[in-house]
Design a protein around this ligand. Structure first.
Ligand code: ARG
Length: 459
C-alpha cells in the first residue's frame, strides 16, 4: 500500500506507478535512509513522541534491516514500494508492527530524501578522493621510472620543445590535485543537515536540529527549511567536479592514444587494457583510453541535465527533483571507473625511450636554444628569432638537424656562432636549462616528484 492511501479512493494506475516510482534506482540510498531514520528516532525521543524503549526497539529493527540491506542491496528491487523511503518504512512496520508507524512523525520525504542524498554524496567524496590519490600515486611512480625518457613536448600538436615523460606525468598529477581540492571544497559546503525541515516550512516538533546534524555526521544543520528541501547544489557541484576531472582524464586518454599510435610509437599499452580487431589481426586498440575519452560526454551530459532540470523550478520540492538521482549515480560511477581504469592503464605501460628520444631530436625542438644562444652573444631576441627561423628553413632544405649543421653553415646566418653552439643544442642541455620552478629540468622534476609524494603520502 502506498504511504498516502487515505486521501485516495482508487489505486494508482500501474502505468503511472511505473513512471513515478523511483525504487529501481533510489534503492542505492537504503543505507543512508536507514541511518537517517535512526537519527530521526533519537530526535523524536527528546520531543516526547517516542519513549526511550520504543526508540531502542526501532533502532534495533533498523540496525537489523541495515545488515540485511548490506548483505544483499539488490533484494530491495523485488519489492513494489514507490521509493526507498516507503520501502524502509514498510520493512520497519513488518518488523515491529504499529510502532513503526510512529517514525515518520514530523518528517517528510522531502527532508528525508534531501538528507539521504547528501549523506550519500559525502560518502562518495571520500571514495572518489581515494581513487584520485591512487591515480596520482600511479602517475608519480610512472614519472619516477621515466625521468630520463626525453620526448617532444607539443603545442598545436607540433613538436615544440623537449620534455621528459616524467614531466608529462606530473602535469596530470597537478590537474588531479585540483580535482581533489574541488571535492574538498564541495564537501565543506554540503556538510549541513537538512533533516528536520519537514515538507518545506520546518517541523512542528521542537527538534534539536544541531544535535541531529551531529548524530548524522554533519558539521551543522541547514538554516532555512525552504532551501533545505529544494537545494541540490551539492549534486550540481559534484557533477561539475566530475565533469572537469573527466575532461582531464579525457586529455590524458587522448595523449595516450596519440603516444600509442603507430606514428608516434612512444608507449606500448599493455595487453591487459587493449583489445584486438575482429578482422585485422595486427591490431591492438587502446579501448580503455578511448572509453575514458568517450565516457566524458555522458558525465558532462548529466551536469547539463541536472542544471536544466533545476532551472525554473519554483520553491520548494517538486517531483522533477527525483531526476537528480540517475544522473549523479551514473556520473559518479563513471568517474570512479575512469579514475580506476586510468591508473590501470599506467600499470604495465612501456615507454619506448629510443623512439621518444629520436622524435625529440627531430622537428627542430632545440631551435629556442639556438635563439637563446644568440641572445647570450648579444643579439636582441627578436633578431635572433628571425635568424634561427632562416637557419631552420635552410636545415630543412638540406635535411639536417640544427646540431648537424657545420659552423660555416651556421655562419651564413650569424657570425656570432662558435664551436660552443653544439653543447647547447644537445637535448640534455635543453632540459637542464629549464630549471626555474615548474620547469622540465631533471632536478626540478625530481623535486616535483618528491613534493608530490609527500603531499599524497607516498613512500
Ligand atoms: N522519490 C522522491 C525523490 O526522489 C522522494 C521524495 C518524494 N516526495 C514527495 N513529496 N513525493 O525525490
Amino acid at each position: 500500500m502506498a504511504l498516502w492511501g487515505g486521501r485516495f479512493t482508487q489505486a494508482a494506475d500501474q502505468r503511472f506507478k511505473d513512471f513515478n516510482d523511483s525504487l529501481r534506482f533510489d534503492y542505492r540510498l537504503a543505507e543512508q535512509d536507514i541511518e537517517g531514520s535512526i537519527g530521526w528516532s533519537k530526535a523524536l525521543v527528546k520531543v516526547g513522541v517516542l519513549s526511550p524503549q520504543e526508540q531502542q526497539q526501532l533502532e534495533q529493527a533498523l540496525e537489523l534491516l541495515l545488515i540485511e540491506v548490506r548483505s544483499n542491496p539488490q533484494a530491495i528491487l523485488q519489492d513494489d514500494a514507490e521509493d526507498i523511503h516507503s520501502w524502509v518504512e514498510s520493512k520497519l512496520i513488518d518488523k515491529v508492527g504499529n510502532l513503526g508507524k510512529k517514525l515518520h512523525t514530523g518528517r517528510s520525504r522531502n527532508d528525508q530524501v534531501a538528507v539521504d542524498i547528501k549523506m550519500w554524496c559525502k560518502q562518495q567524496v571520500t571514495e572518489l578522493q581515494y581513487c584520485i590519490r591512487q591515480l596520482q600515486a600511479k602517475l608519480v611512480k610512472t614519472a619516477e621510472n621515466n625521468q630520463h625518457a626525453v620526448m617532444p613536448g607539443y603545442t598545436h600538436l607540433q613538436r615544440a620543445q623537449p620534455i621528459s615523460f616524467a614531466h608529462w606525468c606530473m602535469a596530470y598529477v597537478e590537474m588531479l590535485e585540483r580535482d581533489y581540492s574541488r571535492l574538498s571544497d564541495a564537501y565543506q559546503r554540503m556538510n549541513s543537515c537538512p533533516l528536520g525541515s519537514g515538507a518545506l516550512a520546518g517541523t512542528a516538533y521542537a527538534i534539536d536540529r544541531e544535535q541531529l546534524a551531529q548524530d548524522l555526521g554533519f558539521a551543522r544543520a541547514t538554516r532555512n527549511s525552504l532551501d533545505s528541501v529544494s537545494d541540490r547544489d551539492h549534486i550540481v557541484e559534484l557533477l561539475s567536479a566530475a565533469s572537469l576531472s573527466m575532461v582531464h582524464l579525457s586529455r590524458f586518454a587522448e595523449d595516450m592514444i596519440i603516444f600509442n599510435s603507430g606514428e608516434a610509437d612512444f608507449v606500448e599499452l599493455s595487453d591487459l587494457v587493449t583489445s584486438g580487431s575482429s578482422l585485422m589481426p595486427q591490431k591492438k586498440n587502446p579501448d580503455a583510453c578511448e572509453l575514458i575519452r568517450g565516457k566524458t560526454g555522458r558525465v558532462i551530459g548529466a551536469l547539463n541535465a541536472m542544471m536544466i532540470t533545476l532551472k525554473g523550478l519554483p520553491l520548494a520540492y517538486n517531483k522533477d527533483m527525483q531526476e537528480d538521482k540517475e544522473g549523479i549515480f551514473d556520473a559518479l560511477d563513471t568517474w570512479h571507473d575512469c579514475l580506476t581504469m586510468a591508473a590501470f592503464v599506467l600499470e604495465d605501460i612501456r615507454v619506448n625511450v629510443e623512439r621518444t628520444r629520436e622524435a625529440a631530436l627531430k622537428g627542430y625542438s632545440n631551435a629556442t636554444e639556438l635563439a637563446d644562444y644568440l641572445v647570450a652573444k648579444g643579439v636582441p631576441f627578436r633578431d635572433s628569432h628571425h635568424i634561427v627561423g632562416e637557419t631552420v628553413v635552410y636545415a630543412i632544405k638540406v635535411h639536417k638537424g640544427l646540431e648537424d649543421l657545420s659552423l660555416a653553415e651556421f655562419r651564413q646566418f650569424s657570425d656570432v656562432v662558435a664551436e660552443d653552439v653544439y653543447d647547447i643544442l644537445l637535448l640534455q642541455s635543453c632540459l637542464d636549462k629549464r630549471c626555474a620552478k615548474g620547469g622540465v629540468s631533471p632536478l626540478r622534476v625530481a623535486e616535483a616528484i618528491s613534493e608530490a609524494k609527500q603531499r599524497i603520502g607516498l613512500k
